[in-house]
Design a protein around this ligand. Structure first.
Ligand SMILES: Cc1cc2nc3c(=O)[nH]c(=O)nc-3n(C[C@H](O)[C@H](O)[C@H](O)COP(=O)(O)OP(=O)(O)OC[C@H]3O[C@@H](n4cnc5c(N)ncnc54)[C@H](O)[C@@H]3O)c2cc1C
Ligand code: FES
Length: 251
């Protein structure tokens, strides 16, 4: 099934592709036997004849298959959405560092398609994690995840609690009392969650998203500025991340 594997270069076979929400798709790809991803890592997919691979978080890894949840946006994601079961996907990965937490009681926070890597983290942590997520409206909630998310909010109130997931963060923290918070979503959500975590004195890991070109730490197109105990540093999201400590990011 898996056709070849050279270092992190992979080719795998599509075993499932389905629409799970408005313009959102789930794809499963059979991967090599020694493929061992951790939550928060990503794969970079070759999309037809586009030189730049497209990065996607790994949403799950089960029975030798990775799942990816993706939103159709431009040419690259349209190409993936048009793949069929049995087609071959050319990808690099697993890439990046992934979430570092292993045993702490963790509040996993997702927003939109950013729910993917924190869903995987919750799967890995099991009983030691709670997953909460915010979406624009009920049509944006992936059907494959709806029953697996412990608390959902929608901006328009069409499903779950009414409002942004940020509106409910204090209450969730006070009730669940996490030792760590891990978050993925739009930049503003990452920033606000990191600020809330800091206010509560809880370590926070944020999975950053930056437009990527090379995806392998060469072009420096995905740089984020860090402040590590007063020392200003530039890091590549693709190579040094995508997960960073919220308190270290210069927002
Ligand atoms: C670490 C990481 C993980 C991601 N995980 C997911 C995921 O799980 N699901 C999901 O739907 N999306 C994810 N994204 C965003 C996804 O990579 C983009 O939506 C996708 O590359 C858009 O490609 P396109 O050709 O359809 O869109 P276009 O807008 O046509 O893309 C044009 C170019 O910009 C780049 N680009 C555009 N938007 C982004 C972006 N947000 N991040 C990086 N490069 C971008 C593309 O790679 C391409 O080179 C992730 C991004 C990063 C950096
Ligand atoms: S995308 Fe080139 S360094 Fe990260």
């Amino acid at each position: 099934m898996t056709i070849e594997k050279n270092k992190k270069m992979n080719k795998g076979e599509v075993t499932l592709i389905e629409r799970v929400a408005n313009e959102m798709f789930l794809i499963k790809i059979k991967v090599a036997a020694d493929f061992e991803p951790r939550a928060g890592q990503f794969v970079s997919i070759l999309c037809d004849n586009h030189t730049m691979r497209r990065p996607f978080s790994i949403m799950n890894f089960l029975d030798g298959e990775i799942s990816i949840l993706f939103k159709k946006k431009g040419d690259g994601t349209a190409y993936i959405a048009n793949l069929n079961v049995g087609d071959t996907v050319d990808f690099i990965g697993p890439m990046g560092n992934g979430f570092q937490c292993v045993s702490e009681k963790t509040l996993c926070v997702g927003a939109g398609v950013g729910v993917a890597p924190v869903y995987y983290l919750k799967k890995v942590l099991g009983e030691n994690a709670r997953l909460i997520a915010g979406f624009q409206n009920s049509n944006e909630i992936p059907a494959c995840l709806q029953d697996e998310i412990d608390f959902i909010s929608t901006d328009d109130g069409s499903f779950g609690a009414h409002g942004s997931i940020i509106d409910y963060l204090d209450a969730q923290i006070n009730e669940y009392k996490p030792e760590r918070i891990c978050v993925c979503g739009p930049h503003i959500v990452l920033k606000l969650v990191a600020e809330k975590a800091k206010a509560h004195g809880i370590p926070c890991e944020v999975a950053m998203e930056k437009t990527m070109a090379c995806s392998i730490g060469v072009c420096r197109g995905c740089v984020v500025t860090l402040n590590r105990s007063g020392k200003i540093d530039n890091a590549s999201v693709c190579k040094d991340g995508p997960v960073f400590l919220g308190e270290e990011i210069v927002w």
